[in-house]
Write a protein that binds this ligand. Structure first.
Ligand code: HEM
Length: 387
């Protein structure tokens, strides 16, 4: 059987059965200190603004202290097999997902190294040869850990490269196809208009089909507009913007089954913002269409608005199944879609429009509950990309 990456790495650093033995002995020494090591580890993260940004709060630190202790158990007890490797890759991917800068990974691993070495130095019981073997084995396993973490970052980088190549080809293609489609669509639209004025239109079935053709032309035009908007930013207007009005206007474009209730709270109390009401309407329409589709025949879609000191926060929740974890991190990427219809431009456009208003949008995962998007828009004048 071909050698696995982990086997190759172990062979590279010369990780032998005697290292495994030395790590198990180190486990005996270090285990009583695991809780203290975890304290030092996370205290150091919290002292550094860039690293602590990756944490979501004190409760997460509590949880991580526990997971770090399990990590130390496995580090020193093994077995250092393929399951170990895959478990470590999983942790690496979590760090990639939270965008942990790589230099903190090295810094943090060094903190762990110092703590373990300190424990070995304090030990008076073992022979110098045993202690030396522990230091050597510790060096090997911690560097293997770093190698695995770097491996997951590289995986992510390659995936990103593939994605950006796909997008640049996509951009060029879209530009030309979009323009080319506008012309035939325009001709079909004009011909439809002429046909609607003819006696044919009084035939009930024919008129139904003419209606249907019209709807499909609108749909095709909308897709072309979305595509073109994605590759060239439409200039933003700078106008007084009442989100309550924008929301009401957006609702007129969204068709929801009778069992779906769409509610909002707090919009009337918001101050007038500055921005492009037309493009913000698009934000609401795209989000509402997704939410209504996710909810199905019966459910709720709720927008709650609150005003902070510098920004307005809008939370859109629905009672659908939520977005699965595998998709969440790529939700705002173009061409990312799970639907049979649609090409995955709705959310990227939403994000782009909000960012050009100086705002933001994130997806918040809520175990066992529907989708939840949190949008922020600045209270001051929206400036980025304004016409
Ligand atoms: C290099 C040494 C590090 C080790 C050994 C380590 C270990 C771990 C482990 C075992 C987990 C839990 C994975 C799971 O849930 O299965 C984890 C998650 C996490 N780590 Fe690290 N970590 C390291 C560095 C850092 C640093 C420097 C930060 C900076 C803030 C950090 C932030 C986090 C966060 C936020 C999560 C949780 C993500 C989530 O559950 O959503 N880690 N790490």
């Amino acid at each position: 059987m071909a050698e696995t990456l982990f086997e190759e790495l172990k062979r590279y650093v010369g990780f032998e059965p005697e290292d495994e033995q030395a790590l198990r002995s180190l486990h005996g020494l270090a285990q009583p200190h695991f809780a203290a090591i975890a304290e030092v580890f996370y205290a150091r993260i919290l002292e550094h603004e860039g690293a602590s940004k990756a944490l979501e709060g004190e409760s997460q630190v509590g949880h991580l202290k526990v997971t770090l202790r399990t990590w130390m158990e496995q580090l020193l007890r093994g077995p250092w097999n393929e399951d170990y490797f895959h478990l470590r890759c999983r942790i690496g991917r979590i760090h990639v997902r939270i965008s942990l800068p790589q230099h903190y990974m090295f810094g943090a691993m060094n903190v762990l190294r110092q703590e373990f070495l300190r424990i070995i130095d304090l030990e008076s019981g073992g022979s110098p040869a045993e202690l030396r073997a522990m230091r050597r084995a510790l060096g090997k396993i911690l560097d293997l850990e770093l190698a695995i973490m770097l491996h997951t970052y590289r995986e992510d980088l390659l995936a990103q490269q593939a994605r950006s190549e796909r997008l640049s080809t996509f951009g060029q293609l879209v530009g030309s196809i979009g323009h080319e489609l506008r012309n035939p669509l325009g001709v079909i639209e004009t011909s439809l208009y002429i046909l609607k004025g003819r006696p044919l239109a009084s035939d009930e079935r024919a008129s139904k089909h003419l209606e249907r053709i019209g709807e499909q032309i609108n749909l095709a035009n909308r897709i072309v507009t979305d595509l073109l908007d994605m590759i060239r930013d439409r200039p933003l207007k700078r106008e007084p913007m009442r989100l309550e009005e924008v929301w009401k206007d957006a609702l007129t474009s969204v068709q929801a089954p009778g069992g779906v209730s769409i509610r909002e709270e707090g919009l009337a109390a918001l101050p007038t913002l500055e921005g492009d009401p037309g493009q913000m309407r698009q934000v609401f329409v795209n989000l509402l269409e997704n939410a209504v589709q996710a909810v199905g025949e019966v459910g709720t879609v709720t927008l709650s608005a609150t005003q902070g000191s510098k920004e307005v926060e809008l939370v859109l929740e629905d009672s659908g199944p939520g977005v699965c974890e595998a998709i969440q991190s790529r939700l705002f990427e173009p061409l990312m879609t799970t639907k049979a219809r649609g090409i995955g431009l709705g959310l990227p456009l939403v994000k782009r429009i909000l960012e050009r208003h100086g705002g933001s949008i994130i997806y918040v995962s809520r175990e066992g509950r529907g989708a939840c998007f949190i949008m922020k828009l600045p209270l001051g004048s929206a400036s980025k990309g304004m016409a």
